[in-house]
Design a protein around this ligand. Structure first.
Ligand SMILES: [Zn+2]
Length: 451
């Protein structure tokens, strides 16, 4: 992990005018500059990265934070001065770097012919300098989707393994893939409107209208995201902002393509029965896998139950993640009824659901932090096996597609019930019954090259 935290992607055939290209060049410059800040923040050897003094204990930080809440702000660096912990705001700490970045962003804002995008860029530059991100986020969520997508700032908390509170700097630039975006929006609109019919009018659903989804051809990942190579994102992270102003789901096409080629497809070949495999071409599988990605993201906000986190405690992330995946696949049943997708396409979504389950298990073997994904997918696989909806002794296959789909529907209901009204005990029982990772272990031999 020592290489510089910037990942450039081949530009491919992009439909950009000369002036748009100039805008993008300035933004790439800003993105690259943000990697300098990330470099100062990251430290894989320390659970608190470089956000806290290396000699500070968790207890000491917690104790100090009671006197000074800024200690646990997502946007401060903690330093020890005169034997006391102090919180230095990011925008003061990194002032020099941020001024340079803001200059590049403002240059792009001046160049662009799109007025809305220009205002957005000026707000982004200001937000970095002032350390206040809300106005810029709100403007972005209210803006019409524009072909150039530029995200920059302290956003994700994954590097703070001590408190999961400090945000790391990152940036990405994407150019909208119009065809794929159109399909993702059609799926979203259909699923959201079907969902609205089953919700009671009293339930809070206004923000469902404000979910945006896009598939982007990514040009650059910088900072944290270049380390994690996410295939999708759903921002903002602030729940209150999201409820008021909606959210934007982005699928990162190249990052996804890469994961499909190096993981999803080879896993499919390793865990499914040979004869079964012949029914699915790699292109139909790729579409199936991409659809899993955005179905999962679209489903998340549809399954938000206010007190689920407090009720289910440490089991919450397990249910939150797997419910979104299963719900997304189940929702495709209605897309089949409406002839929006064929049965073969629905099957390939489910085939890839299973392959991706193994991809999470493999990630978990390398990064224990993603255990809740692996456990969630174990629940699904064990549930299907128990019901006889899939067979798994000689590689997976299913005897009967209808049976499998009924099983998916039942599981989606069971998971949602736990999120909606389940107790801690209900969640625990479900996990004890179904979440055994043994279901993955049996295939360890086939998956040797990954583990
Ligand atoms: Zn998720």
């Amino acid at each position: 992990m020592n290489h510089f935290p910037v990942q450039r992607f081949p530009p491919g055939k992009l439909n950009l005018t000369t002036s748009e290209k100039k805008v993008v060049d300035k933004l790439i410059q800003a993105a690259e500059e943000v990697a300098e800040i990330y470099k100062l923040q990251e430290n894989p050897r320390m659970p608190g990265a470089n956000f806290y003094p290396h000699d500070a204990t968790k207890e000491e930080i917690l104790k100090e934070s009671q006197k000074n809440p800024e200690i646990l702000s997502p946007y401060t660096i903690i330093e020890r001065k005169d034997n006391k912990l102090q919180a230095v705001p990011y925008h003061a700490k990194y002032k020099k770097q941020l001024e340079k970045i803001a200059k590049s962003i403002r240059a792009a804002a001046k160049l662009t012919g799109n007025k809305e995008f220009s205002s957005r860029l000026y707000l982004q530059a200001d937000s970095l300098i002032q350390g206040k991100y809300e106005a810029s986020d709100i403007y972005w969520l209210s803006m019409k989707p524009y072909k150039i997508n530029f995200v920059i700032g302290p956003i994700e908390r994954y590097d703070d393994k001590l408190f999961f509170t400090k945000c790391s700097y990152q940036s990405w630039i994407g150019i909208m893939d119009e065809e794929q975006t159109k399909e993702a929006i059609a799926f979203k609109d259909y699923i959201v409107s079907a969902r609205r019919k089953v919700l009671a009018p009293s339930e809070k659903v206004e923000f469902l209208n404000k979910i945006q989804v896009r598939v982007d051809h990514t040009l650059i990942f910088s900072g944290l995201i270049s380390r994690y190579m996410f295939t999708s994102s759903n921002l903002p992270n602030d729940v209150n902002l999201m409820e008021k102003h909606g959210s934007e789901i982005v699928i990162f096409k190249q990052s996804f393509d890469n994961k499909f080629k190096t993981q999803h497809l080879p896993i499919f070949k390793a865990v499914f029965e040979d004869k079964f495999q012949q029914g699915y071409s790699s292109s139909v599988l790729k579409t199936g896998s991409l659809r899993n990605t955005y179905l999962h993201e679209i489903s998340h906000p549809l399954l938000r139950y206010r007190d689920a986190e407090t009720r289910l405690k440490e089991y919450f992330p397990v249910f939150d993640e797997i419910a979104a995946s299963v719900f997304g696949v189940r929702a495709c049943g209605s897309l089949l009824l409406k002839n929006i997708i064929s049965q073969k396409e629905l099957e390939s979504i489910i085939v890839m659901f299973i392959a991706r389950a193994f991809a999470w298990w493999i990630s978990y073997l390398k990064e224990p932090g993603v255990l809740h994904y692996a456990k969630g997918f174990a629940i699904a696989l064990n549930y299907f096996l128990d019901n006889g909806a899939i067979r798994g002794s000689q590689g997976f296959s299913w005897p009967n597609f209808t049976k499998l789909f009924v099983s998916i529907t039942e599981l989606a209901d069971a998971l949602e019930r736990i999120l909606a009204v389940g107790t801690y005990e209900d969640a625990k029982q479900f996990v004890d019954e179904y979440a055994s990772l043994e279901v993955f272990e049996r295939f360890r031999g086939n998956l040797k090259k990954f583990t």
